[in-house]
Design a protein around this ligand. Sequence first.
Ligand code: NAP
Length: 258
Amino acid sequence: MSSSLAGRSVIVTGGSKGIGKGIARVFGKAGAKVLIVSRTLAEAEAAAEEICRGGGTAKGFAADISDAGGTQMMAEAAIAAFGAIDVLCANAGIFPQAKIEDLSAEDWDHVMSTNLKGTFLSLKSCLPYLKKSDQPRVVITSSITGPVTGFPGWTHYGASKAAQLGFMRTACLEVAKYGITVNAVLPGNILTEGLIALGPDYEKSMAASIPLKKLGTVEDIGHAALFLASKEAGYITGQTIIVDGGQILPESLDALNA
Ligand code: NAP
């Protein structure tokens, strides 16, 4: 599976930390050339250096994906560095928590503009180059929160993650004629810096609610993304893969602990 990614040019937005860093690492190990994008150049470069130290090829780049100029520069940077764009992993996202009563219109717009508009802008800016690839792939990082489940404090986040799938289902139709596939990975609770920042109580209670009794790793998401980007997944488009240790399945505590 991994051989079909060797030498491919891959953009991972939000690749400096957390899930994106795991995705970048998995693609780097598969022999891809990875452009790691975040707003913080030093962190993007540090993540790229880690991949290079392990024998891979990667470069860091600073761009804000909620801005059309930022995603345009990102696409051009991939072309300048690697001469092509074969895979876009539209992963960057934010998940601030606020219940509706405390949620401002600005908070709402900020989450939508990063998670949803950022996905659209990233795809739009990469599209002219993806059209030239012979194995063009878009892999979106959505979430179980929104498309499948809910969590108090995350109305805006859940709406943005569900909307990414609405975007995907029409985007995949528009770009199918170029052979481009667009799919999404829906992570459950994955151990990242961002999730760790929510505190040990959150982590403990989440692990207890998961049938496999542990949180996922960033590589768990990376491997699902790698599959969707592979040659072998070329006939799959507009689909989702849930990677959550079975978290969405139990219909009661009895079912969970049986
Ligand atoms: P994280 O550890 O907080 O990392 C977020 C990444 O996105 C960082 O690299 C960050 O770098 C970048 N980023 C944020 N805003 C950006 C912007 N406007 N432009 C460019 N880069 C930006 O988050 P994570 O937990 O890995 O989450 C990554 C994705 O997975 C998100 O889409 C999230 O919704 C999804 N997800 C996560 C979990 C989980 O358990 N962690 C579960 C389900 C889904 P800068 O801040 O330097 O820009």
